[in-house]
Design a protein around this ligand. Structure first.
Ligand SMILES: Cc1cc2nc3c(=O)[nH]c(=O)nc-3n(C[C@H](O)[C@H](O)[C@H](O)COP(=O)(O)OP(=O)(O)OC[C@H]3O[C@@H](n4cnc5c(N)ncnc54)[C@H](O)[C@@H]3O)c2cc1C
Length: 490
């Protein structure tokens, strides 16, 4: 059983099939640091991977088994393992990113040639990414018709219960110590990550239970508010496959059924139930965006590097290393942007609304390339995922599938005032501004001198003034993007 982004024992179709084959199962993980080239896991992902592998190994040990950790070219390592053990079958859950697909095809062909049966499964998506097509047989480029089509045929199978993996792998198979993969940073900067997350299947299940118990039924109203606890924070667990989307889907559906029964017993009015229904629908739709991201990446594999809308291929993004650095470090002088970038730096994660705001700021206010943003997120996010990151960045820049139109340029002050009205999010992540009244917290440069002084804010000293004027930047972006979108037909 070749584990990859499916680091769990429950609802793991490949693992379940391997066990039910009746043969002795050898659970193996192969680390190939160069396999994915530029998109090899970034620093935050590597930290998470280390913890997740440790947790999986512990789970396997509780079952009397062990995770065999290898390092090197996956194809070569698997061939060697097969020769050592005489394994007769190879099981895995399918990957859908371009590098993963290529690698899997190569391994599958090699094993077939050797007479070893390869059995593959889908454990990471609700549906195969190529399952639905438009009426004229093309992949979808717009989310809503994609999701409607998928929903009309989608009945995610019920998740499988956790399995126990019997018997130790043969003694001939030696595992590398996990530390030898050097996934953890040599200088320990990960205290914020450690304090924020519990990687591994148990942590994922806890996170899901917490969300379903307290956040799900306010999701549709709270999900856009970074100052509230209104989202699931399941993304890194989903990325590493510590939990599968079928499990999340059915858990949300079961909670809805249970709530409806309770409401019916209490003779609650119909409105109460339908609000809950909307919350669950909106939440499941977010899982739909994840499916869409994979649909797009699978069908347009070069979009992780190239814009989907070809007009953008030659767009003259600015080069401005100091501005890029200010953005990366959370020192742009726009509090909502800085709060988001500092949340990312501290905990390896950022609220979705704020991802959109910082993305708009980078690509439109600063006119820096979405590739720069995607690369930075790739290194710093614990949920860095090639499909979702690509879709998210191309959405922000206006060059992707179902992207924000070029003239949609977020005003960082208005966004802050709307989605963090009391400034709690800013106070948490930009403590220099904590004492400012809510009225000024999203635009400190407009606050009267006396207010700033009382709050201990010295613009340009302990907090920067805005690195660019938004009104000027907006006009500049509109002109540049208008020319670009008008110049070449799509
Ligand atoms: C510029 C940008 C970059 C992004 N990069 C990533 C990334 O690398 N990895 C990643 O998982 N998500 C990415 N997203 C999507 C989204 O921001 C995160 O999935 C979400 O913030 C995760 O928080 P959550 O688990 O609390 O989500 P919830 O709101 O609780 O949603 C549940 C799940 O649905 C999925 N989901 C939600 N929104 C989206 C979305 N817009 N696109 C795809 N899937 C979604 C996630 O798997 C998420 O865990 C990006 C968005 C933007 C705008």
């Amino acid at each position: 059983m070749w584990f990859r982004l499916d680091l769990r024992l429950s609802d793991n179709r490949a693992l379940a099939a391997a066990i039910s084959s009746g043969a002795r199962v050898i659970p193996v993980y192969i680390h190939d640091p160069h396999e994915a080239g530029a998109w090899s896991p970034g620093a935050a992902s590597r930290w998470w991977l280390h913890q997740s592998l440790k947790s999986l190994d512990q789970q396997l040990a509780e079952n009397g088994s062990k995770l065999i950790i290898l390092q090197g070219d996956s194809h070569d390592e698997l061939i060697e393992l097969q020769e050592k053990t005489g394994a007769t079958r190879l099981f895995w859950n399918r990957r859908y990113d371009p590098q993963g697909v290529r690698r899997d095809q190569r391994v599958e062909a090699a094993f077939k040639e050797r007479g070893v049966k390869v059995e593959t499964f889908n454990s990471s998506l609700l549906h195969e990414p190529d399952m639905v097509r438009t009426a004229d047989g093309n992949p979808f480029r717009v989310f809503t018709p994609f999701w409607n089509r998928l929903l009309s045929s989608l009945v995610p199978e019920p998740p499988l219960a956790a399995v126990s993996v019997p018997a130790m792998p043969p003694k001939a198979v030696q595992s590398l110590p996990l530390d030898e993969l050097k996934l953890e940073p040599s200088i320990d900067w990960a205290h914020g990550l450690r304090g924020s997350w519990e990687p591994g299947e148990a942590g994922a299940q806890k996170r899901l239970a917490q969300f379903v118990g307290s956040g799900l039924f306010s999701y549709s109203t709270a999900r856009d508010r970074p100052d509230l606890n209104g989202i699931s924070m399941l993304s890194p667990h989903l990325h590493f496959g510590e939990i599968g989307p079928r499990q999340v889907w059915h858990s949300a559906k079961s909670a809805l059924d249970a709530a409806r029964k309770r409401d019916a017993r209490a003779a609650a009015n119909r409105d109460g139930s339908s609000t809950k229904n909307i919350d669950v629908e909106v939440f499941l739709k977010e899982l739909g965006w994840r499916e869409f991201a994979y649909h797009v990446l699978f069908n347009f594999p070069d979009t992780c590097d190239q814009p989907m809308r070809k007009q953008f291929s030659d767009f003259a993004w600015r080069q401005d290393p100091p501005a890029l650095r200010a953005w990366q470090r959370g020192k742009t002088g726009y509090p909502i942007v800085d709060a988001g970038m500092r949340q990312l730096w501290h905990m390896g994660w950022m609220h979705n609304r704020v991802r959109m705001i910082v993305g708009s700021f980078l690509t439109k206010d600063l006119l820096l390339s979405w590739n720069e943003g995607a690369k930075w997120f790739w290194d710093t996010l614990v949920d860095a995922d090639l499909a979702s990151n690509t879709l998210g960045w191309q959405w922000c820049a206006g060059c992707g599938a179902d992207a924000a139109p070029y003239f949609r340029i977020f005003n960082p002050v208005l966004q802050g005032e709307k989605f963090d009205p009391d400034g709690h999010y800013i106070r948490r992540w930009v403590p220099e501004l904590a004492a400012l009244p809510s009225k000024w917290i999203h635009k400190p440069w407009q606050a009267p001198e006396t207010v700033l002084e009382k709050a201990g804010v010295k613009l340009g000293f302990n907090y920067p003034g805005p690195i660019i004027d938004h009104a000027f930047a907006r006009k500049r972006a509109l002109e540049a993007l208008h020319q670009c979108t008008a110049s070449v037909p799509s």
